[in-house]
Ligand binder design. Structure first.
Ligand code: 13P
Length: 340
């Protein structure tokens, strides 16, 4: 493990006001998003979509790293060149999702444990060879009646930490993603409390597994009331609660924090990130940016709809969201940008 190299990659991923683009949906998740828009659920359609993203002109101005899925990192464009080459040529660092999915946790109805540690050392060595310089592992924590259990949080935190240690051994920066889900009718305070508990347990495990905090990135959820909760929070309330929760739970040495969007609209996700910087930018000890999938991709995917004729308009929509998120990281996003 080369600490200086890991820190250098982390810094490049957090550079300027850029952020990360998650385009690492498993085939199952990608197909589900395609099905909702009437797009064929085929390898060719997935290739076309990922190629569209990777070849969006100028995306590297706002995006420092892109998280890929195993299929995409090996996939070729229509012209026979690799998709990953288009990403690297745009000065975007390629990353790879390495967990193998969240599975039902035995004995804990309604809870999930993320799998993928078996053979991970060998897979990381392979991904490094084909160009990946960072990785992602996502754990999911649901809020509901009597959940999350401590057993679920502990097991997921331990897996995240063991994954992160293996990544650093391989010269790959780990993105540690413990996602507290938005589904449910819980209030903002409960999301805060659960997220705080999860983060503290995750960082305890990272410490035990000797993960170098300066060479890792945390990918958390924002603090938001459940989707079914009657009283939604204002943008400033979400920003205040999220920053407070992170300040209480995340060591200052961590290389960076990059949010997931979790099903928020592109506009809401930009507005929340922006408010965190406007209201609290001066007191943040770590770079605070985005690592969105849906909040960047979704409007573009709807425009594309699987039709090559819509490619240009879809790329413009993708570029626009990345530009808004880059502005949000500077605290310079304005809803008026959406009309431009
Ligand atoms: P969303 O931004 O759509 O939540 O996805 C982020 C991600 O990478 C989930 O693992």
């Amino acid at each position: 493990m080369n600490n200086a190299e890991l820190i250098k990659i982390t810094a490049a991923m957090m550079a300027g006001s850029k952020g990360l683009l998650a385009m690492d949906e498993s085939n199952g998740t990608c197909n589900k998003r395609f099905a909702a828009l009437g797009i064929p659920q085929t390898e060719v359609a997935r290739r076309d979509w990922r190629e569209l993203i990777a070849t969006t002109p100028g995306l590297g101005k706002y995006i420092s790293g892109a998280i890929l899925y195993d299929e995409t990192i090996h996939q070729k464009r229509k012209d026979g060149t690799l998709i990953i080459s288009a990403i690297i040529n745009d000065d975007i660092i390629p990353g790879i999702k390495v967990d193998t999915g969240a599975k039902a946790m035995a004995g804990f109805p309604g809870e999930k444990i993320t799998e993928g540690l078996d053979g991970l050392r060998e897979r990381l060595a392979h991904y490094y060879k084909v160009g990946a310089r960072f990785a992602k592992w996502r754990a999911v924590i649901a809020i509901g009646n009597g959940i999350p259990s401590i057993a679920c949080i502990d097991a997921n935190a331990n897996a995240l930490a063991r994954y992160a240690a293996l990544c650093q051994e391989a010269g790959i920066v780990p993105i540690v993603e413990p996602e507290v889900l938005m589904e449910g009718n819980h209030c903002l305070k409960l999301c805060f409390d659960v997220t705080e508990k999860v983060l503290k347990i995750v960082f305890n495990q990272l410490y035990q597994q000797r993960v170098m905090l300066e060479g890792m990135i945390l990918k958390p959820n924002m603090i938001i009331p459940g989707l079914q909760y009657a009283e939604q929070a204002t943008v400033d309330e979400v920003a205040d609660a999220t920053v407070q929760c992170l300040l209480q739970s995340v060591p200052a040495a961590v290389g960076g924090i990059a949010f997931l969007s979790g099903g928020q609209s592109g506009e809401m996700a930009s507005a929340h990130l922006n408010a965190m910087h406007v209201l609290h930018g001066a007191k943040l000890p770590w770079p605070l940016t985005f690592s969105f999938a849906r909040a960047i991709q979704q409007p573009a995917m709807s425009i594309w709809g699987g039709d090559e004729n819509n490619k240009h308009a879809a790329q413009q929509a993708l570029y626009h969201r990345a530009k808004c998120d880059d502005a949000a990281r500077r605290g310079e996003y304005d809803a008026a940008m959406e009309e431009a």
